[in-house]
Design a binder for this molecule. Structure first.
Ligand code: NAD
Length: 357
């Protein structure tokens, strides 16, 4: 099981180290052989090789069974031209590895119910999976223009979807729902956008192959409200690129801290796993970062890339037990209260994992 480790910048390095240690620990306990190889991406790669995504890093990703990414970016590189920005590495990896779908689980960890943004009676039991189309829609459509003319400045973005792009993401969403609570909410803006009318049509067609799964369509504005009003109604949400970008960040806040949320990008031969958060320059290098999102991303890797469900759920249970035992990094305690460090959190998870494996 060859894993390309791309820690990136800022806390990306610190949290990825804990995820790798956790996988190594699982490997030792279960006699699994993981082969880790590290390469630079983002600002670190720009400094070392002049490119945010050097060819050698991309080649390593392509040759691996899965990619574990940290985070990229930071103020040092904010003034870089568009093509040299660290974030280009993410878009490049998604494009080159053909990662056309992003999975973001949002599950409230019971021990943190009192820290969530919503009242605990509204949020307790929340467990949803957001399935976002990742390589189509308005972020990629052509033409893209920002012009200056006789009547002032004007700009164009283009929102295009083909039926096959919608079909493959919808199919995956239904397959995931089948292994969960068998509900899919498909989110669009079909009262206005032509691309959403096609989205709805294709999702309906796919649904015919999944008669055991209940499908409901929601307009994106209604969905944004319902996520806050009654998050427990959602099992799997499937949506297009920009709506998914926004809704998944909204839903991310339900759980209490961005430091807890993993993600997976699938679609091609090699999948990529990364925490939802960025490089957090405000706390980088201080041992304050919560490594849980990265550790849970490693669990998703075991499940989706290596078919190791029992080890994946053991990691998830170990994280839940660690938090239930009251161990907290700085993002999970009120300002001024004592917190443990990134490595202490990683160690605490592994102590509990030992009993589960
Ligand atoms: P961010 O996610 O890095 O940080 C937002 C806030 O959350 C900060 O206060 C940070 O300290 C906190 N935080 C984030 N992760 C945490 C963790 N694991 N533990 C504890 N606290 C955590 O977002 P930002 O500040 O908007 O962006 C910083 C840089 O990261 C920018 O350069 C941005 O472009 C980049 N970024 C990268 C990715 C990625 O690599 N996938 C995603 C988002 C932002």
């Amino acid at each position: 099981m060859k894993i390309a480790v791309l820690p990136g910048d800022g806390i990306g390095r610190e949290v990825t180290a804990e995820a790798v240690k956790t996988l190594e620990f699982v490997g030792r306990r279960r006699s699994l052989s993981f082969d880790f190889e590290e390469a630079a991406v983002g600002g670190a790669a720009l400094d070392a090789h002049g490119e945010p995504l050097p060819a050698a890093s991309l080649a390593l990703a392509r040759q691996s069974g899965a990619v574990l990414l940290g985070a990229v970016g930071g103020p040092k590189w904010d003034e870089q031209p568009y093509d040299k920005r660290p974030e280009r590495a993410l878009l490049g990896l998604r494009k080159e590895l053909e990662l056309h779908v992003n999975l973001r689980p949002v599950k409230l960890i019971e021990a943190l119910a009192d820290r969530a943004s919503l009242r605990s009676e509204v949020i307790r039991g929340c467990d949803m999976m957001i399935v976002r189309e990742l390589t189509g829609g308005i972020y990629f459509g052509e033409p893209r223009l920002l012009e200056r003319g006789d009547k002032g400045r004007w700009a164009v973005d283009t929102l295009v979807y083909h039926d096959w792009e919608i079909e493959r993401v919808a199919r995956l969403a239904f397959e995931i729902a089948r292994k969960r609570r068998k509900r899919v909410h498909s989110v669009d803006k079909a009262n206005i956008l032509k691309s959403s009318m096609l989205w709805r049509e294709v999702v309906e067609e796919v649904a015919r192959d999944f008669t055991d799964v209940k499908l409901q369509h929601l307009l994106v504005d209604t969905c944004a409200m319902q996520i806050l009003r009654d998050p427990l109604q959602f099992d799997v949400i499937v949506t297009e690129n920009m709506f998914g970008d926004i809704l998944s960040d909204e839903a991310a806040m339900l759980g209490g801290s961005i430091g807890l949320l993993p993600s997976a990008s699938l679609g091609g031969r090699v999948a990529m796993y990364e925490p939802v958060h960025g490089s957090a320059p405000d706390i980088a290098g201080q041992g304050k970062a919560n490594p849980v999102a990265s550790i849970l991303s490693a669990a998703m890797m075991l499940r989706h890339s290596f078919d190791r469900e029992s080890e994946a759920s053991a990691i998830e249970t170990a994280v839940e037990q660690t938090l239930a035992d009251g161990l907290r990094t700085a993002d999970l305690v009120p300002a001024g209260e004592k917190a443990i460090s990134t490595t202490e959190m990683g160690d605490a998870v592994r102590v509990r994992l030992e009993k589960l494996l």
